[in-house]
Write a protein that binds this ligand. Structure first.
Ligand code: BES
Ligand code: ZN
Ligand code: ZN
Length: 486
């Protein structure tokens, strides 16, 4: 990973192969911009421009907000990857939050999955110096805590990306379970793996049905992070389909490709757990991942089967490709036994969510509007795009079944993201209804054309949003407590 070093020196004094200069207004006069050069080359503020004489990379930026700065960081790293500069430097107009956004963008865009490439291009850029003497105010910032957080976030996002990108013949349920154990061991996390036998004694009839035709046995991964004085208990649940062929309701060939990414929710949960423990947040966090394949075979579960879930509700199977909700309903049941203050599931649950919101945005669902808004606010701050999708009683009727308590698909072809969310809602007990959120990350989880800070492949969607939500949740609790004491 690129090394970012903070330097308490004036930008102009730092020695580096190339300077990176953000240009908001090209008419702005300051010592970093070589106006003559910009004029000569016709810099338009629309594209990046490398002044090879001065060794200065100009990056146009619309605003100095964190979204633009994050993207500028990504653009800088992506552009410099085409050159041989080993070191780069940058200075800022503003404060730590600006530097932090830029640094995160730089680190996240630098990622690539090269495990199976025989030849990989050596990365030339090794180190980025950030001047902590900001330009306009000549203010010295001394707090370097933010850089540590940026690295934890980037490493945790890349951890999720690596797992999702790993091809499905390697990244099996057992592989995920072993990775979870490794993550637990290198952090202060406990790890328990439930095998097929355990799932049977837990009466997880829905989860087991999905896994039945796979030659790889299912695993329920349960990670727990328990600091000494936790301020709250948060339980995260992740869809960990290491492959989704659709089952007997087989996916068409073109739709099956990329379904190794159907474990993205589970991998996001692993990334979040890793980040929370490294940040040492005072919150008890559990991560529960339902890891299995959805395959075909003589013993596959079938459309028309009726399954009995862990909650005791019967489910009519009408489409075996709506498998994620079957795995999740049993995992959510297990999760509620832990009595969480907040329960959040992450899943690449529906193609409908991608149709509705586009491929950049995750859907937030649940019964409690203020909890949905809280997640939305934190996620947007973190740089992930999200939008709230509303439940309603008419859509609930679409998942009624004539022969069982609920059907695994809706009777209408519209509103599929919401009906899937409402299916999960059927398995949430009344006391947890207002504590539960469902995040459908089907859109942004896997990137087929790079955008924002995301290179090709797994994006690690859910990691930044989840960490931001938990951080903000704890901070708000502290705030409420101090207010109460006054
Ligand atoms: N894993 C898919 C959802 C998905 C689709 C994720 C595209 C990422 C990109 C899920 O298991 C699925 O197949 N859902 C079906 C549900 C349908 C059968 C009701 C879908 O969305 O088509
Ligand atoms: Zn499916
Ligand atoms: Zn799926």
């Amino acid at each position: 990973m690129l090394q970012i070093t903070l330097k308490n020196e004036n930008f102009t004094k730092i020695d580096a192969d190339v300077s990176v200069v953000l240009v908001i207004d090209k008419n702005l006069k300051h010592e970093w911009i070589n106006h003559k050069s910009l004029k000569k080359w016709g810099f338009t503020s629309q594209s990046v421009f490398l002044d090879q004489g001065d060794c200065t990379l100009y990056i146009p930026i619309e605003k100095l907000d964190s979204d633009c700065l994050r993207e500028a960081g990504a653009l800088a790293v992506r552009t410099l990857a085409n050159y041989t500069f080993k070191t780069a430097k940058i200075g800022f107009y503003g404060d730590d939050s600006q530097m932090s956004a830029f640094a995160l963008g730089a680190l996240l865009s630098e990622y690539s999955y090269t495990e199976f490439k025989s030849k990989t291009k050596e990365k030339s850029l090794q180190e980025l110096f950030i001047s902590t003497q900001t330009y306009l105010f000549k203010k010295h910032t001394t707090n370097q805590e933010w850089l540590k957080k940026v690295y934890i976030l980037a490493e945790s996002t890349n951890l999720a990306r690596d797992l999702v990108n790993t091809p499905p013949q390697i990244a099996t349920p057992k592989y995920l379970a072993n990775k979870a154990k490794e993550i637990a061991q290198s952090n202060k996390i406990q790890c328990k793996i439930l095998t097929k036998k355990d799932l049977k004694s837990e009466k997880m009839g829905a989860f087991l049905a999905v896994s039945r035709a796979s030659s790889r046995s299912p695993k329920l991964i349960h990670l727990s992070f328990k600091p000494k004085q936790p301020k709250a208990k948060i339980v995260l649940v992740g869809k960990g389909l290491t492959y989704d062929s659709g089952g007997l309701s087989l996916k068409p060939a073109d739709f099956m490709v990329t379904m190794k990414a159907d474990k993205s929710g589970g991998c996001a949960v692993l990334g979040i757990m890793n980040a929370i423990s490294r940040l040492g947040l005072e919150v008890e966090v559990h991560g529960i991942i339902g890891a299995t394949e959805n395959m075909i075979g003589g013993n596959a579960y079938k459309p028309d089967d009726v399954l009995i879930s862990r909650e005791g509700k019967s489910i009519e199977v009408r489409n075996t490709d709506a498998e994620g909700r079957l795995v999740l309903c049993d995992c959510l049941s297990y999760a509620q036994d832990l009595k969480p203050d907040v329960l959040i599931d992450f899943a690449t649950l529906t193609g409908a969510c991608v149709v509705g919101l586009g491929e950049y945005t995750s859907g937030i669902m649940g019964y409690d509007e203020s909890l949905k808004i809280a997640f939305e606010t934190s996620a947007l701050d973190s740089g992930e795009l999200v939008a709230r999708l509303p439940f309603n009683r008419h859509i609930k009727k679409l998942i009624e079944s004539k022969i069982a308590d609920v059907s695994n698909v809706a009777s209408s072809r519209y509103g599929g993201a919401i009906s899937a969310g409402m299916f999960l809602g059927e398995f949430i007990r009344d006391e947890f209804k207002n504590k539960w959120l469902h995040i459908d990350i089907a859109g942004p989880a896997y990137v087929e054309k790079e955008w924002d800070i995301n290179p090709f492949g797994a994006s690690g969607a859910g990691v930044r949003a989840g960490v931001a939500f938990i951080t903000d949740y704890i901070q708000n609790l502290d705030f409420a407590n101090t207010k109460g004491k006054k």
